[in-house]
Design a protein around this ligand. Structure first.
Ligand code: FE2
Ligand code: FE2
Ligand code: FE2
Length: 315
């Protein structure tokens, strides 16, 4: 039974992931402004849903799926995007209703009902935004610029998206509360980076590509942290190199600021790894004495019985 529930909750999680990226894509493409802020606020609520669902899945002994659920490709006109978002919310509403019916655990039912009430409100907000973006004659601000700067920005966006997922996943797998909180904080910081880079891309008439690459996942937390440190060191170097090559001082400063954060992440993850290793060896040494005493007493009995047989033989 828990396995079935985990499967359903993972479907919900995948749906939230798809919605977040669909909405962020719209918000970035609209540039700064009230509507973009409203959409980002909805995306943030979907992130909270994703977080709650992942927590419950882990509690049930499952692993959160970070596959991305259905996303609607944006057409040419912004009112159409808002209609797509209404449809995305309708899909979510239908799925949550089904899952509330299918799951009997009262705690999970309660959580899904809580999320459902948000999705109903989001549907209403997006329906309202269809008219608002028409009235304000909002335009897609993205262009098709494909130069070295655009390549660098899309490389950064892909990296940030990847580590957001990776750190969230590692946070859910961490046994230690401190590690969990720190990993989540850094994931939020990476979301900021992704937003900055995407906005920079749109203001330079490029088009952000919101795709991620392979995420590192191990059941051993120390291995996860080692991979996280390695990736941070690599990108810090890469951001530094890219910043040196850029002519635009604003963009240079932005990349150096992000580089500073990545250096900090690498050092912080180093501390978390030290703590993880310390806690592990403490656990092991707690478990060891029993083994040692057992082994010792075994040796002693062996030696004793040898002595006895020798003595007996002498007799
Ligand atoms: Fe949601
Ligand atoms: Fe970052
Ligand atoms: Fe980082």
């Amino acid at each position: 039974m828990p396995k079935d529930i985990i499967g359903l909750l993972n479907k919900d999680l995948e749906g939230e992931h798809g919605a977040i990226i669909q909405y962020l894509n719209h918000a970035y493409a609209m540039g700064e402004g009230e509507v973009a802020c409203e959409i980002e606020a909805i995306a943030r609520e979907e992130m909270r849903h994703l977080d709650w669902l992942a927590e419950i899945i882990v509690e049930l002994g499952g692993t959160p799926s970070f596959r991305r659920g259905k996303m609607r490709k944006p057409g040419k006109l912004i009112p159409g995007w808002m209609k797509d978002n209404v449809l995305a919310e309708e899909d979510a509403i239908a799925m949550y209703k089904q899952h509330i019916e299918a799951i009997s655990n009262p705690k999970i039912k309660r959580l899904l009902r809580r999320i459902l009430s948000d999705e109903v409100a989001h549907r209403g907000k997006f329906a309202h935004l269809v008219d608002k973006v028409k009235r304000e004659d909002m335009k897609d601000l993205r262009g098709d610029k494909k130069d070295k700067v655009a390549d660098t920005l899309n490389w950064g966006i892909e990296h940030e998206y990847t580590v957001i997922i990776q750190y969230l996943l590692h946070s859910y797998m961490a046994g230690n509360e401190d590690t969990k909180n720190e990993m989540q904080d850094q994931a939020i910081n990476e979301m900021q980076h992704m937003g900055w880079l995407a906005e920079e891309m749109v203001s330079g008439k490029g088009s952000p590509r919101l795709e991620h690459s392979q995420v590192f996942k191990s059941s051993n937390m120390a291995n996860n942290l080692k991979a996280d440190i390695e990736i941070e060191k690599e990108v810090a170097t890469e951001y530094g190199r890219a910043a040196r090559e850029l002519k635009d001082t604003g963009l240079k400063e932005l990349l150096l600021r992000i580089k500073g954060h990545e250096d900090y992440h690498a050092a912080l993850f180093g501390d978390l790894l030290k703590e993880e290793t310390k806690a592990k060896s403490k656990q092991e040494s707690k478990a060891k004495p029993k083994k040692e005493t057992k082994a010792k007493s075994k040796k002693e009995t062996k030696a004793k019985s040898k002595k006895e047989t020798k003595a007996k033989k002498k007799k």
